[in-house]
Design a protein around this ligand. Structure first.
Ligand code: NDP
Length: 254
């Protein structure tokens, strides 16, 4: 087996039907994994499965709402029923509500925290027994530059993404003995549906990102294929609890 080979491995990608999640799913599929795409929108799920199958991979779709514990548990059960095991979980589903802090309703705070942070904990809990049964596993949690930096227009989002980094360290520490590695990926500014909306809502954002990113461009979803394969494969077996920026240098620019 080569260090990056995922043949015979089974992965779940929440929010795998578009954006960064689909970029990661394409990477896993190309490396030989069977991929379960999990999102709320059945049509987007089905289109993603078609795309992954076109790469020669096995793929399946499960409609899931990651804010519901039963839905996360059913997702894991469906993946195991379809492909017989679970090796990789990418907690990527996420949302944002952009406002000034004083303007949030409590329900909006909860929606962001539950979609971005609580869901990742609940899905990890649901996956744990199956990964143990498989002899080990890989969990990849998606943070953000706002895991590190503050933003006046995204306080709940930054709180959720900061929490992702600390949760990653805790799970990594707890489950290392089970040969389960847990790491986080911190995307810079990436061109997806999520940020297309941000660019409409936040004046000058597009230019500010270009100016601050040493690579001189917005990220694209294919920028996430390699890191997904690396953190899912034997190549990263002694790496756990880290948070790796994939940001074109955004976070190291002084
Ligand atoms: P998208 O809006 O393209 O993707 C979000 C995904 O999450 C969709 O596939 C959506 O599927 C899914 N999703 C949202 N809510 C739920 C839910 N309750 N249950 C199940 N699935 C859900 O955004 P991105 O690809 O940009 O974002 C992916 C991740 O990357 C997020 O965690 C985001 O915070 C993070 N990120 C993105 C950055 C960027 O610049 N784009 C920067 C930093 C972090 P569906 O609608 O079918 O439910």
């Amino acid at each position: 087996m080569t260090p990056f080979d995922l043949s015979g491995r089974v992965a779940i990608v929440t929010g795998g039907n578009g954006g960064i999640g689909l970029g990661m799913a394409r990477g896993l599929a190309s490396a030989g994994a069977a991929v379960v795409v999990a999102g709320r929108n059945a049509e987007k799920n089905a289109a993603a499965v078609t795309e992954l199958e076109a790469l020669g991979a096995s793929a399946a779709a499960v409609v899931v709402n990651v804010t519901e514990q039963a839905s996360c548990q059913a997702l894991v059960a469906a993946a195991v029923e379809r492909f017989g095991r679970l090796d990789i979980l990418i907690n990527n589903a996420g949302t944002n509500i952009r406002k000034q802090p004083a303007e949030y309703e409590l329900a909006e705070w909860r929606e962001v925290l539950e979609t971005n942070l609580t869901s990742a904990f609940v899905c990890s809990q649901a996956a744990y027994a199956e990964m143990k049964r498989a002899g080990g596993g890989k969990i990849i949690n998606i943070g953000s530059m706002m895991s590190i930096f503050g933003a006046s227009f995204a306080v709940p989002y930054a709180a959720s993404k900061g929490g992702i980094v600390q949760m990653t360290k805790g799970l990594a520490t707890a489950w290392a003995k089970d040969n389960i590695q847990v790491n986080a990926v911190l995307p810079g500014w990436i061109d997806t549906d999520l940020t297309r909306k941000a660019r409409q809502q936040v004046n000058g954002l597009h230019e500010r990102v270009l100016e601050r990113t040493p690579a001189g461009r917005w990220g694209i979803t294919d920028d996430f294929a390699g890191i997904a394969v690396f953190l899912s494969s034997p190549a990263s077996d002694f790496i756990t609890g880290t948070a790796i920026p994939v940001d074109g240098g955004y976070s190291v620019q002084g």
